[in-house]
Design a protein around this ligand. Structure first.
Ligand SMILES: Nc1ncnc2c1ncn2[C@@H]1O[C@H](COP(=O)(O)OP(=O)(O)OP(=O)(O)O)[C@@H](O)[C@H]1O
Ligand SMILES: [Mg+2]
Length: 572
């Protein structure tokens, strides 16, 4: 279906029968199926997939699914009736049972292979066959693609059982990680950060799997025991799920001429990416080499803006490999992520992640992924030296564009028209040395206080009380900084304050507030998850006094360094 002819709105979807005619499986219908795939999608053991951009896979339903939550906001955008989320056939489909879906909905889903580069280094070791042909969606599979309210969406189960890319894993996701991803996606959307979205979350009442996790109160880096956790399936939604790593897989094959159609498969995937994610930005009638250059340019804009947004809201991806970098330029894979609370440029919640993926190094990590992306496009321009040179320029200028995005973002956080390097440098030093809570600090600053007293509510160490020379020195510097800052903001403080409150959220997803919610959910009480969902869906709003008292506060000191709260070594 061509994007121009899409109907702008659809009638309210109240059943799967009403959803069925909106299906349009462009990926399955225009790209190549793995020729070794089984027709029925019963394909659940690790094997190599040599060609084709997708493998049909039948999801493995979770036993005895129970409704936990759905996104009211996304349902509204898609034109879905709220009641649908708790209807028997919808629960069946989105907990992995496609056997009874009405045609033309299909009763197999699909999984895709992808390659992995970590910080720009190409790897194949993670593939059980050491070739890269056995790595990809190991437990994620899409089950729907179609056009809803004028927009093309793909729906993907996470935890829907093993695929040929499972590498011996069980294909499941536990409730804990599913609650985190479910909440985080809609929270990021509400924060104004491009992201995959959350549709629904169902948990099994009977099926459990073992995962390494932390004992109560453990401060160790790594989990110290195995715990049995309920499995869940969350469904995420995006215009496509094409990753930088996916392009890389086909580009590596093209580079090595692994099979005669390798370059053609890469070309098809890139053109498909443009249709799905960049149709509004790239003229369909252009020749492929022109399109490829425009794609690189557009992705650079989206990626640099995305990273600046992450830093604006305090988000750290933790594992920003090329396979966790969506080629559409939105946030994907909420595993070892976290929101920075006590400000630390090196904040990294994932113990296995390394400093290269730390909070303020994300612009450089993004540059590495962008390099992988550019390298993946090169085989398509082998006979086009001009376009190839243009691609190289786009890559080379990434840091410049990223830097400009960051300065624009910091200026906005500070309510300034233009970035002020000196003011910023001293602020970062003060925020680190004090240290402050990143969210509370910028929100308190957004009130444009007369003196530093209101800002000190965001300080993890009370300055004045300490009375030491060091803290007295800091106090003086804070006062000087505040007055320097105030002299730089415009005369209409009310307007500046309003603007600042639109970029500096009041509420962010703090892990220690999420832990009790997923624990309660594992006991069958879903109210705390839904309450958190409500609070996190309005992160910039002044909410009730009760919400403020509970959610707008410093992380309690006793929770620092706690395994599973402040850091995690495994997130699945
Ligand atoms: N329990 C599991 N069974 C099978 N494969 C798994 C499992 N857990 C992770 N994987 C696979 O391991 C790889 C690395 O995992 P990672 O945590 O980045 O991804 P993920 O969180 O599963 O998925 P995604 O990137 O799709 O959000 C992915 O290819 C993923 O599909
Ligand atoms: Mg991943």
């Amino acid at each position: 279906m061509d994007n121009q002819s899409l109907k702008a709105t659809n009638d309210e979807v109240t059943s799967l029968e009403a959803l069925a005619p909106l299906a349009d499986y462009s990926l399955m219908d225009t790209l190549n199926c793995d020729p070794d795939a089984t027709a029925d999608g019963v394909d659940h053991s690790p094997r190599q997939v040599f060609t084709g951009q997708y493998v049909p896979v039948k999801p493995t339903p979770i036993e005895a699914p129970e409704y936990v939550a759905h996104s009211h906001g996304l349902f509204r955008e898609l034109g879905f009736a709220d009641g649908l989320a708790q209807s028997a056939d919808f629960i069946r489909m989105f907990s992995g049972d496609l056997s009874q879906v009405p045609a033309p909905l299909r009763n197999v889903g699909w999984a895709c292979g992808y390659a992995l580069s970590i910080y720009g280094t190409e790897l194949t070791q993670q593939c059980p066959f050491q070739t890269g042909n056995g790595y990809g969606d190991g437990r994620a599979m899409s089950v729907f693609e179609g056009v809803l309210n004028g927009q093309r969406w793909e729906m993907q189960l996470k935890g829907g059982g093993p695929t040929p890319y499972c590498r011996g894993g069980d294909g499941r996701a536990v409730l804990r990680s599913s609650v985190r991803e479910f909440l985080a996606q809609e929270h990021m959307h509400a924060l104004g950060v491009p992201t995959s979205r959350s549709l629904s979350l169902y948990v099994s009442k009977t099926e459990k799997v073992q995962r390494p996790w932390y004992s109560e109160g453990s401060r160790r880096q790594d989990p110290d025991r195995m715990v049995s956790e309920p499995v869940a399936i969350s469904t995420r939604v995006a215009p496509s799920f094409i990753r930088v790593g996916q392009l890389e897989l086909f580009a590596r094959r093209a580079r090595k001429q692994e099979h005669p159609r390798a370059t053609e498969e890469l070309r098809q995937l890139v053109l498909h990416l443009i249709d799905r994610e960049y149709a509004g930005d790239i003229d369909q009638t252009l020749e492929t080499p022109r399109k490829v250059v425009m794609l690189a340019h557009q992705f650079r804009s989206r990626l640099t803006s995305l990273i600046a947004n992450w830093i604006r809201v305090g988000y750290c991806q933790g594992n920003f490999n090329s396979d966790n970098c969506a080629a559409g330029g939105y946030t994907l894979d909420y595993g070892p992520f976290g929101f920075c609370e006590m400000f630390d440029p090196h904040y990294q919640p994932w113990t296995g992640g390394g400093q290269h993926f730390a909070f303020l190094n994300q612009p450089v990590a993004a540059e590495k992924n962008f390099g992988s992306f550019i390298s993946a496009l090169q085989p398509l321009l082998a006979d086009h030296p001009n376009e190839l040179a243009r691609l190289e320029e786009i890559r080379r200028d990434f840091p410049k564009v990223m830097h400009a995005e960051m300065e624009k973002m910091w200026a906005a956080k500070l309510g300034l028209e233009a970035f002020d390097a000196e003011l910023f440098k001293e602020l970062i030093a003060l925020m680190t040395q004090t240290p402050v809570d990143y969210t509370l600090f910028f929100r308190a600053l957004s009130d444009i206080p007369d003196d530093i007293a209101p800002l000190t509510n965001s300080f993890y160490r009370p300055l004045a009380e300490a009375g030491t020379a060091e803290s007295d020195g800091l106090l003086k510097r804070w006062k000087e900084w505040l007055s320097a800052w105030k002299s730089r903001i415009g005369p209409s403080t009310e307007e500046v304050s309003r603007q600042m409150k639109r970029v500096n959220p009041k509420y962010i997803m703090r892990e220690w507030l999420v832990v009790p919610a997923y624990r309660q959910a594992a006991e069958g009480n879903y109210r705390p998850v839904r309450e958190l969902q409500g609070v996190l869906s309005q992160p910039y709003s002044e909410q009730s006094a009760e919400v403020e008292a509970h959610y707008y506060r410093l992380k309690p000191l006793e929770l620092f360094n706690l395994g599973g709260v402040s850091h995690y070594s495994c997130s699945s």
